[in-house]
Design a protein. Structure first.
Lengths: 551, 428
């Protein structure tokens, strides 16, 4: 058993729902008790979908268990086919139904349905949401694509427009909606036709056309990789694996795509504002900012490259929650001389952030809350996401426009340029002090009271400084979340550590350092003291450490 | 001054009313969801769900995904090796509980909460609770109940939790004077309002169940008279009756009339003088009537359709019909407790269809056919129905907002008026 407070991923059948909900003409009959329908609200509330997910839950109860839950399943299948008339049917079990072993696959095939039925085996007690999504997509592609080599690719003679499939975008994906638009546009510039986008917006008939394209783009490897590998093996389609997040990666992506398609890449190497925005002198203050990165492996790895190479940040922590991609994150971590953090334990991530005291956190919805508590600026780069991560505006993460979005989103939570200096010089101005937070964030909102690790945490107000910290207003799904935010913060991250070590004078001096670097100053001073065998931290220790770590 | 209309104190049940019973897909939460408010109500209790990743995901999704502080609930996720018998489930549970209590020594009351998977594999949580109670004697009491979806719907989780607490309650002194118990988790502000009113009425000893701290749970015995503050507490009521307590039958305290009747039931049971009763409640009652007056203009004559959610549906439909002039077309409830609901049912219009259970697709067909002015439904259905042009009210907000009593009657009416007002102001 694993003790869990928050989870990064849902169970694998939620992954299957993300595929079914993304597609048209697919219905999913899920053998499940009542209560599992909660998953519908992920799509209708968080993503604001105006349609119910195409899922029928059999809703068995305790009293059915001794009787015929199998008949219940078959009735649900028949009624779903009659009512929704899907082109293909997914059947499977949620965690509870897996235990009663009713065999949805056998039960469905016994019904001799007139449409393709894809039976999903998603082991709920071993696997999680992303795996479930990847497996479901793979099973759909395998079942619906015409059996391979029998039908050899008819190589057309004469002028041939190269074409590609964009694979991986799903329902409830982080900016998938906009990434698809951006990448489609980019391929258009290169003169490459998009054959099929799947699963987002695809029908079962569209999946059958996947082998018609020249190659596949694995846009989200967490979802598409299994299917892409099968298409490579079975249909000889090559896969583009560069994920175009960031300026450099987008250029690499264009190069890889152009080489595969045999087209000239120069047409697409158009302007992104990121390079100039980053080189312009206002951005000097970004240099060497210490950033902690956590998310799904693909987004985390991409963010690390952008952070170091395109923002001039220092990557001090890198990790992911999906073990399936541990190898990718390990390889990337080596580039930054880091030990990667591979865990789905939220408390472990919180500990790591508290210890490292980064100046910026790039993470998921979960890290947004950790950072809010630790008063560290944060931007969201990866699922799991919440309702505010589905903006009304066009806001891709990929391609050149995506790079522009990254620049704005990551810089926004930080205190800017000269303001940083003014805060350092005139800390005690009653209107313009670090208690007021960055001036472009949250005017009229409660001030940011920088929380020192040793201080008792102030009870945060429901609309408190977190707005500024997060860069986006917290938008609870319903009023409870606000109420819940009033709850007391837990024990400080590093209780009592070295508390006696600091002299009162040094503590006072520390408070003169702006909040956004105070944590780092404290940490550096303590490390300096430890390394030099200094027991009592005085004013001199503070400045000795400052000199020692000067860069 | 409006004349008080108090319902007859007994025999208000005419011929039993026809109820449409349905069996099919239910679009409702399971009983685990109650943890989201219970863990804030009892401030030194922790709720440990013994279940699957789905249970953990449900809790964080239903809670609006994120809570600022570390919540006082968690999930012991059953893994493959627990199922395959490679480890002993009980030993694993003990290990998880030890780790949890070491981390949170402030926890005085720990609930092991059963889930669908733990019920299906027949993990005996009551024995585990006994064992762990013994192990942590003096520090933490360990109880268990089931919030599983195969046995409980949404608010039935609170019922199961409170019913599990009842055997633990101390015995009242034999032959002591009658005491009043308010049963059901209420927002603290509402609880305080009721306690003030009962004090003004002159009822000396009034307890709330559950109390805000594990050590402060009220005693129970034959001298206990209890009022259900929530309409979904059938098992809890039975457990209290087993301890000799007597339920005071009343309308539920929603709106001016419901709250008056509810308070009146206690006043009668405690022999409070009728004139004194009227004098004490008059200010609150008048405030309630004033507060709902503006909503009456907007809601009067409007039709409403309740999909089953929390068992609050019947009393709320009664309030809306009786005090705001709304027309309930169908009132769905996950479970109908005929005895506790008798007075509520008697006050609903004869034409209103009462349905119990759910077949969501058939019910949505009826919604679409009826095209009500307002549909009360769960979060999974609200946006899809809005997209079809139907105005909706999220049912869950009715559970998570202070809506009981005189001084919340206006807020309660406004919860229903706001979606209609919004529909009217938007020009997009």
């Amino acid at each position: 058993m694993q003790l869990t407070v928050w989870t990064y991923e849902g169970p694998p059948h939620v992954g299957a729902m993300r595929i079914a909900t993304a597609m048209e003409g697919v219905h999913y009959v899920l053998h499940a008790p009542q209560g599992d329908t909660y998953a519908d609200l992920l799509f209708t509330m968080i993503e604001r979908r105006g349609k119910r997910p195409p899922v029928t839950y059999t809703t068995f109860q305790a009293r059915d268990l001794g009787k015929d839950t199998a008949a219940l399943f078959q009735t649900a299948v028949r009624e779903a086919i009659d009512r929704f008339a899907p082109q293909a049917l997914l059947v499977g079990a949620s965690c509870t139904a897996e235990l009663i072993q009713d065999d949805p696959a056998g039960l469905a095939s016994a019904l001799r349905l007139p449409i393709p039925v894809i039976a999903l085996e998603l082991p709920s007690y071993q696997r999680k949401e992303n795996w479930g999504a990847a497996e479901t997509f793979y099973q759909l592609v395998r079942a619906l694509c015409p059996s391979a080599k029998a039908e050899a690719q008819p190589r057309r003679d004469g002028p041939h427009t190269p074409s590609a499939n964009i694979l991986g975008p799903t329902a409830l994906g982080f900016r998938h909606r906009d990434d698809v638009v951006e990448i489609t546009r980019l391929l258009g510039t290169l003169g490459i036709a998009v054959n099929v986008v799947a699963p987002l917006g695809a029908t079962p008939a569209d999946l059958a056309r996947i082998p018609d394209a020249d190659f596949n783009i694995s846009l989200y490897p967490e979802i598409a990789d299994t299917a892409c590998r099968w298409l490579e093996r079975t249909h000889g389609q090559k896969t583009v694996r560069t994920v175009p997040i960031g300026y450099g990666a987008t250029r690499d992506f264009i190069a890889e795509v152009a080489a595969l398609a045999g087209v000239d890449p120069t047409a697409a190497l158009d302007t992104s504002r990121l390079p100039w925005w980053s080189r312009s002198v206002d951005s000097t203050y970004l240099t060497g900012k210490r950033v902690f990165i956590f998310g799904d492996a693909t987004h985390a790895v991409a963010a690390a490259r952008v952070a170091r190479d395109e923002f001039g940040f220092e990557v001090v922590g890198l990790g992911c929650y999906n073990r399936e991609f541990a190898r990718e994150i390990r390889t990337a971590a080596q580039l930054y001389g880091l030990e990667p953090l591979i865990t789905d334990d939220y408390l472990e991530v919180e500990d790591a952030i508290a210890k490292l005291q980064p100046e910026l956190v790039l993470g998921t919805q979960m890290e947004r809350h950790i950072a809010k508590r630790l008063r560290i600026p944060c931007a969201v780069i990866s699922a799991p996401v919440h309702v505010q991560d589905f903006p009304a505006r066009y806001s891709p993460q990929m391609g050149f426009e995506g790079a522009n979005v990254l620049f704005d989103t990551w810089v926004h939570p930080l205190v800017m340029g000269l303001e940083e200096h003014l805060l350092t010089m005139f800390r005690d101005d009653f209107e313009f002090s670090d208690h007021a937070g960055a001036s472009h964030l949250g005017h009229g909102a409660a001030p940011i009271f920088p929380r020192e690790p040793q201080e008792a945490a102030p009870t945060p107000s429901a609309n408190g400084g977190g707005e500024a910290t997060a860069g986006v207003a917290p938008a609870p799904l319903h009023p409870l979340a606000e109420g819940a935010e009033l709850s007391p913060a837990p024990a400080p991250a590093e209780p009592g550590k070295d508390q006696e070590g600091w002299s009162a004078e040094a503590e006072r001096e520390l408070l003169k350092i702006p909040f956004f670097v105070r944590g780092k100053a404290r940490r550096n001073t303590e490390r300096y003291a430890t390394e030099h065998g200094i027991a009592a931290i005085t004013l001199d220790t503070l400045y000795d450490a400052k000199a020692h770590y000067a860069r | 001054m409006t004349a008080l209309t108090l319902p007859a104190s007994s025999d208000c049940a005419p011929a039993p009313r026809a109820v449409l019973r349905e069996r099919g897909q239910r679009e409702v939460f399971c009983g685990l969801t109650g943890i989201i408010w219970l863990h804030r109500k009892v401030q030194d209790a922790f709720f440990l769900v013994v279940g699957s990743r789905t249970c953990a995901h449900l809790l964080q999704s239903a809670a609006g995904v994120m809570v600022f502080a570390e919540p006082r609930f968690g999930t012991a996720i059953i893994e493959e090796r627990d199922l395959a018998g490679m480890v002993d489930c009980n030993a694993e549970l003990d290990r998880v509980v030890d780790r949890l209590l070491a981390r949170r020594p402030d926890i005085k009351l720990l609930f092991l909460v059963g889930s669908c998977p733990s019920e299906v594999i027949k993990l005996d949580l009551s024995r585990a609770a006994q064992r762990l109670s013994l192990k942590h004697t003096g520090a933490t009491r360990v109880l268990n109940y089931s919030g599983s979806g195969i046995e409980t719907t949404f608010t039935e989780g609170e019922d199961a939790c409170l019913a599990a607490l009842v055997p633990e309650l101390a015995e009242t002194t034999r032959g002591a004077a009658p005491e009043l118990m308010i049963v059901g988790a209420l927002p603290d502000v509402v609880e305080d309002q009721f306690l003030r009113l009962f004090a003004q009425l002159g009822i000396p000893r009034v307890h709330s169940f559950p109390a805000r701290r594990a050590g402060a749970m009220p005693p129970v015995g034959p001298n206990t008279r209890f009022l259900l503050a929530q309409p979904f507490l059938g098992e809890t009521a039975r457990a209290l009756e087993d301890r000799g307590a007597v339920r005071l039958d009343a309308l539920f305290p929603f709106g001016a009339e419901g709250t008056t009747a509810w308070l009146h039931a206690a006043a009668v049971a405690f022999g409070i003088d009728e004139m004194h009763f009227r004098a004490v409640i008059a200010p609150g009652r008048e405030r309630a009537k004033r507060a709902i007056a503006h909503a009456r203009d907007r809601l009067g004559g409007k039709s409403i359709f309740f999909l089953p959610d929390s068992q609050l549906e019947l009393p709320l439909a009664r309030f809306l019909a009786q005090e705001l002039g709304m027309v309930p077309l169908e009132v769905g409830t996950p479970y109908l407790h005929r005895a506790h609901m008798a007075r509520e049912l008697a006050l609903l219009p004869a034409e209103t269809v009462i349905s119990e259970g759910q077949d969501v697709d058939r019910q949505l067909d009826r919604v679409r056919a009826a095209r009500p002015d307002l549909t009360v439904c769960g979060l999974g259905l609200a946006n899809p129905l809005e997209a079809e042009g139907l105005t909706t009210k999220w049912a869950i907000e009715l559970v998570f907002s202070p809506i009981h009593g005189f001084d919340q009657a206006g807020d309660l009416a406004d919860l229903f008026a706001r979606p209609l007002r919004r529909r009217d102001v938007l020009k997009v």
